[in-house]
Design a protein around this ligand. Structure first.
Ligand SMILES: CN1c2c(nc(N)[nH]c2=O)NC[C@@H]1CNc1ccc(C(=O)N[C@@H](CCC(=O)N[C@@H](CCC(=O)N[C@@H](CCC(=O)O)C(=O)O)C(=O)O)C(=O)O)cc1
Ligand SMILES: N[C@@H](CCS)C(=O)O
Ligand SMILES: [Zn+2]
Length: 770
């Protein structure tokens, strides 16, 4: 029996990679210094895994930015707009790589970045490969081989990780012409085979080939393609041992395994423990069967008894030599090391319940020794683990009877506003007196260096509470005056007090713990610190009323109260695994409901409840969508439906495709929804138009992801596009998303153009009506 790891977090214990990349981009360190920083991280991670006695240690799981972008360079699917940046020196390859990730404006070069989207149902974003019908595959590097050889120099024999050719194509996007990227497979295969053969010639034993798309409900044609492709690869790569890796759910059609002539298979037994029985009849031919029993998506210590039950189930059917104990997926999605949590934001007991990436390595080895032990029941490792499991499940920390009672006593009417939207709209308009095409923003204003520094100074007790409060008040006041001077109709307070739209709420809710160093990569150098939900959730006191109320007191214009919704808080936190996610979401909804009602009492007549992660939370298997959407939509309704009909509820969603869930978005019954739309030139609006979405909509009229200031004409054009398809009395005008990643100069410029565009259109429409 062996152990393996599928991937290690690459950002570093102290986010060394973030700092190295950002310093390199700012011209503060050289290319050699960047490469050294990256190499040091790889070496540290390999050595640590070797020390933890992991049998199959991954290489090529490291990435300077994203592993899918790495695959794009390795397979050589470089989009044509980067053609002139291709070069042979390492510096040139790095420049090309970062230009694809982030865009590049230097000298004569002005190229946009490639698109970024969510990696399955995680909060990690990958760079989407772009494919043309005449796509060529012309490798720009051989990173898998280089990193395999690099580890070898340390005496560590690794298992290179490759993104499987079919998942690679399925995760990409056809550009310009509507064609199926899978038709490119025969052009990609020789490149992939060459790579595998080079690794084998250089003594790689096992090669991990990630094919996570196998968990989707694939058509019979695609399933057949999997069989053809892997038969072909094994024929063309004699001697290569491919370990096909699936994760985030169970393999959809286990029979597919019969005709996949690879040497090993990895199963996610955390997300889909029941799949072991279903796939078992198809497994005996595999030389390695990897049991993903440690949760790679969560931070709880493993329940050894449960894992051993699965391992024993496999041991009864297969030889010990065939079995490998593994995390369910790459450890990219969990923080680095629990031992770095040295402050008291984590209750002492909860600290003992956690296993981050480093701790999970130890768990792998411990599980292996327990699985092989003849005297398991009395092994101190198992006894200690059972004590942890009992202590956690019996802990008074996780229970709040008042919350449980409240959930028990909910009634269906708690999910409904009193009256239908048309009646509410009239009541709200009587109060708010908004013009046609009201203008607003999504909530956050620039999180400048100074604002981040202010928060850091406060956190480290370098400034007093009064000083902190005063500076935040100044920032909020300035933001209000700025919005008034630009002429926006519905104002926001700016979110200057928030480190993150989820962590900020987690820090104020009971049942949550938060970390000081639990960073997880979100995209490129950007990280988030997901809070940890360990018990029943409740809201001890108002969380946002102070800042929203303060902002409203400064102006006669309406200010929107600004909250993150229950589904998004759930999705972007580490969630307790001892009750269904739906139950935790319902408790979160009750906490947000209380906040909504307190905001209303504090005279906020408009309240926005952001749900950007609603779509991301969809199960990977479509058959499970309805049940998820039912509880997710109910949670939003529970959070918002308590207000009077005269209070206007907004929601906001970004980077989502709405077509297949539009009826559920309508069922949220928000009075106004603002959505990201400008990057798709309003294409995302089609779903709302076709569905005849009944409530108000604010399609984003400019992209907030780039520093570019759109001119008035450009915004007018998009606004006119929206006006043509949305009844004008239902149309709002706003940017795509919050402005926290932007600077002030561009923010003011872009918002002025937006307001002017709305005013001109308003005038034009009023003249037409008159
Ligand atoms: C909308 N998005 C979000 C997602 N998930 C979330 N949980 N939140 C989101 O907003 N998922 C989808 C997208 C992802 N987008 C982003 C965008 C930007 C970032 C980002 O900029 N992350 C920052 C960290 C943000 C933060 O928490 N800042 C804190 C602390 C910052 C810090 O560590 N500062 C100093 C330390 C100072 C000190 O203590 O001495 C330091 O850097 O060393 C704050 O501002 O207070 C990032 O830098 O990566 C993420 C996702
Ligand atoms: N209110 C948040 C939503 C981001 S999705 C913001 O403006 O940043
Ligand atoms: Zn957004």
């Amino acid at each position: 029996m062996q152990t393996q790891n599928l991937g290690f977090p690459r950002i570093g214990a102290h986010r060394e990679l973030k700092r190295a990349c950002e310093n390199y981009w700012a011209g503060k360190i050289t290319h050699d210094e960047l490469m050294n920083a990256a190499q040091n991280l790889r070496h540290q991670h390999w050595k640590m895994q070797a020390k933890a006695q992991i049998d199959l240690i991954p290489s090529n799981d490291f990435s300077l930015y994203d592993q899918v972008l790495d695959a794009t360079l390795t397979y050589g699917a470089i989009p044509k707009r980067y053609e002139t940046l291709k070069g042979a020196t390492p510096e040139e390859v790095t420049q090309l790589y970062f230009a694809m990730a982030r865009g590049l404006q230097a000298g004569d070069v002005d190229v946009t970045a490639m698109e970024m989207t969510k990696w399955f149902d995680t909060n990690y974003h990958y760079i989407v490969p772009e494919f043309e019908p005449d796509q060529l595959f012309d490798p720009a590097c051989n990173k898998p081989l280089e990193e395999f050889l690099e580890a070898k120099t340390l005496g560590i024999h690794t298992k290179p990780v490759l993104l499987g050719p079919l998942s690679y194509l399925l995760l990409g996007k056809a550009k310009k012409v509507n064609f199926d990227p899978l038709t490119l497979i025969d052009r990609l295969l020789p490149v992939f085979q060459n790579l595998v053969n080079q690794l084998t010639e250089n003594d790689a034993t096992w090669i991990q080939v990630d094919e996570p798309c196998l968990v989707y409900e694939l058509s019979p044609e695609v399933t057949a393609l999997y069989q053809r492709v892997y038969t072909h690869i094994t024929q063309k790569c004699p001697g290569a041992k491919l370990l096909l890796t699936t994760y985030f759910d169970g393999i959809n059609a286990p029979e597919v395994l019969n005709k996949l002539p690879v040497a090993g298979i990895h199963l996610d037994l955390v997300r889909a423990p029941e799949q072991l029985a279903a796939v078992a009849p198809h497994l005996s031919k595999f030389e390695l069967i990897s049991l993903g029993v440690l949760d790679g998506r969560n931070i709880w210590r493993n329940n050894y008894t449960d894992s051993l039950t699965l391992i024993d189930q496999a041991t009864a059917l297969f030889r010990h030599q065939q079995l490998v104990i593994a995390p369910s997926c790459s450890l990219l999605h969990v923080p680095y090391d629990q031992n770095l949590e040295t402050n008291d934001s984590l209750p002492e007991a909860v600290r003992g319940w956690l296993a981050f990436a480093v701790q999970k390595l130890t768990e792998l080895s411990e599980l292996k020794s327990l699985a092989l032990s003849a005297n398991r029941a009395s092994e101190p490792l198992l006894v200690a683990n059972q004590a942890y499991v009992a202590q956690r499940s019996n802990s008074s920390l996780i229970e709040n009877l008042a919350v449980q009672d409240r959930v028990q006593n909910l009634s269906a009417t708690d999910l409904d506003r009193n009256q239908a939207f048309p009646v509410r709209k009239q009541l709200q308009q009587d109060n708010l007196q908004l013009p046609l095409l009201p203008t607003t923003t999504i909530g956050s204003f620039p999180q400048t260096k100074a604002i981040r520094q202010l928060r850091a100074d406060y956190r480290h007790h370098r400034i007093s509470q009064q000083e902190y409060q005063q500076q935040l008040e100044n920032a909020t006041l300035e933001a209000i005056r700025m919005q008034e001077s630009i002429g926006l109709d519905v104002l926001v307070h700016g979110e200057f007090e928030r480190n993150d739209m989820v962590e900020y709420f987690g820090q104020q809710l009971s049942g949550f713990a938060f970390t000081i160093n639990g960073w997880v990569q979100s995209y490129g150098s950007r990280c988030v610190k997901p809070p940890i939900i360990y018990g029943d959730v409740s809201r001890p006191r108002p969380m946002t009323v102070g800042w929203s109320g303060f902002a409203q007191s400064l102006t006669n214009k309406p200010v929107k109260g600004m909250l993150t919704g229950p589904v998004t808080i759930l999705q972007w936190s580490f969630v307790r695994d001892d009750q269904p996610r739906a139950a935790t979401c319902q408790q979160l909804a009750l906490a947000i409901r209380d906040e909504v009602l307190d905001l209303e009492t504090a005279n906020l007549q408009i309240i926005q409840v952001d749900e950007p992660a609603l779509r991301e939370g969809l199960p990977l298997k479509q058959t499970e969508w309805d049940s998820y959407l039912k509880w997710a939509v109910d949670a939003f309704r529970l959070a918002t439906a308590g207000v009077s009909d005269a209070t206007q509820i907004h929601t906001h969603m970004c980077y989502s495709e709405f077509n297949d869930i539009i009826e559920h978005i309508a069922a949220l019954d928000a009075d106004v929804i603002t959505i990201e739309c400008s990057r798709s030139q309003m294409e995302l609006l089609d779903a709302f138009v076709e569905f005849k979405y009944p409530n108000d909509i604010g399609p984003g009229v400019y992209d907030i992801h780039a520093p570019r200031v759109p001119d008035e004409e450009e915004i007018s054009m998009l606004l006119e596009k929206a006006r043509k398809v949305i009844p004008v009395e239902n149309l709002w005008v706003n940017p795509d998303c919050g402005l926290k990643t932007r600077g002030w100069a561009e923010t003011k410029g872009a918002l002025s153009h937006m307001v002017n565009a709305a005013k001109s259109k308003r005038k034009e429409l009023e003249e037409t009506i008159a």
